[in-house]
Design a protein around this ligand. Structure first.
Ligand SMILES: NC(=O)c1ccc[n+]([C@@H]2O[C@H](COP(=O)([O-])OP(=O)(O)OC[C@H]3O[C@@H](n4cnc5c(N)ncnc54)[C@H](OP(=O)(O)O)[C@@H]3O)[C@@H](O)[C@H]2O)c1
Length: 256
């Protein structure tokens, strides 16, 4: 991937992995726009990094996606990178009926619906500018973390969707990259107890991912993501069992 002279929109770029990527892309001289749901968090980020563009938008809300796309295309006609990064992870108890069936779909709507909706809303400008889509899935696309069953399923779905997208866009000049991070220390993993999984920092993730982006990788599996992909092929029962053991205590007592 060409890492210079790009105009990059990162969903969920107000914190964690998205913000770390935004700052690295800015450091390389690119124009960067980040989105998130909470205006107050975006305001804080803007105050700290005035060169960063911030726009409030929820990837689970189709009307907000459409408004974001219209605004971004008008204000940033050179936009040529979409990083679908926004995501949430919830631990779920599947043993009892959920009290809120619609609420059960929250991760699906954000983690999968967001990627699909945003990609569709921006595909025309990305094609016109011969751009790049970066979808952030997870190492859990290979092996589920059973305490986060819906989350893990959404990441497997994003992995599959990204492969199809790459094939369909082959002749358009749009490159499709998938970032499959291992466990990274962010707000999303704040409830993982120390020692249950090895967590890397966003700095470590950025370092390894940008080296891979620079080298032209299409599927980036930093750190333990590489091992999980390998273990899933060599010893699937063993690695599935290990992740169940590591996450068993994270299953909430009650269903959502
Ligand atoms: N951390 C890990 O271990 C890890 C590992 C593998 C993959 N990932 C993936 O990496 C991505 C980023 O995760 P992270 O760890 O950086 O999480 P994080 O620190 O919790 O940050 C999530 C970001 O997404 C935004 N967001 C959440 N829901 C949104 C929505 N509906 N619309 C727009 N923005 C939304 C959040 O802001 P608001 O809350 O204000 O909207 C925030 O800016 C996710 O897709 C996650 O699944 C993370």
């Amino acid at each position: 991937m060409n890492l210079k002279h790009r105009t990059i929109l990162i969903t969920g770029g107000s914190a964690g992995i998205g913000l770390a990527f935004a700052l690295k892309f800015m450091e390389l001289g690119n124009e960067v726009i980040v989105t998130g749901r909470r205006q107050a968090v975006l305001d804080e980020v803007k105050a700290k990094y005035p060169k960063l563009h911030v726009i409030q938008s929820d990837v689970a809300n189709p009307a907000q996606i459409a408004a974001l796309a219209a605004r971004a295309k008008a204000d940033f006609p050179a936009l040529d990178v979409l990083m679908n990064n926004a995501g949430i992870m919830l631990h779920k108890n599947l043993r009892a009926p959920a009290s809120d069936l619609a609420g059960l779909m929250e991760e699906v709507n954000i983690n999968v619906g967001g990627v699909i909706g945003m990609t569709s809303a921006f595909i025309d400008i990305l094609t016109a500018n011969r751009g790049t889509v970066i979808n952030v899935s997870s190492a859990l696309a290979f092996v589920p973390l059973p305490s986060a069953p819906i989350y893990s399923a959404t990441k497997a779905a994003v992995h599959s969707y990204t492969q199809s997208l790459r094939f369909q866009l082959q002749e358009t000049g749009v490159e499709v990259i998938e970032l499959m991070p291992p466990a990274v220390r962010t707000d999303l993993t704040a409830d993982l107890p120390e020692g249950s999984l090895k967590l890397i920092t966003t700095d470590e993730l950025v370092r390894e991912s940008f080296a891979a982006l620079r080298a032209g990788a299409q599927e980036i599996r930093p750190g333990q993501a590489k091992q999980l992909a390998l273990m899933r092929r060599l010893a699937p029962d063993f690695i599935n069992g290990q992740l169940w053991k590591a996450s068993k205590d994270l299953v909430p007592i009650a269903a959502a």
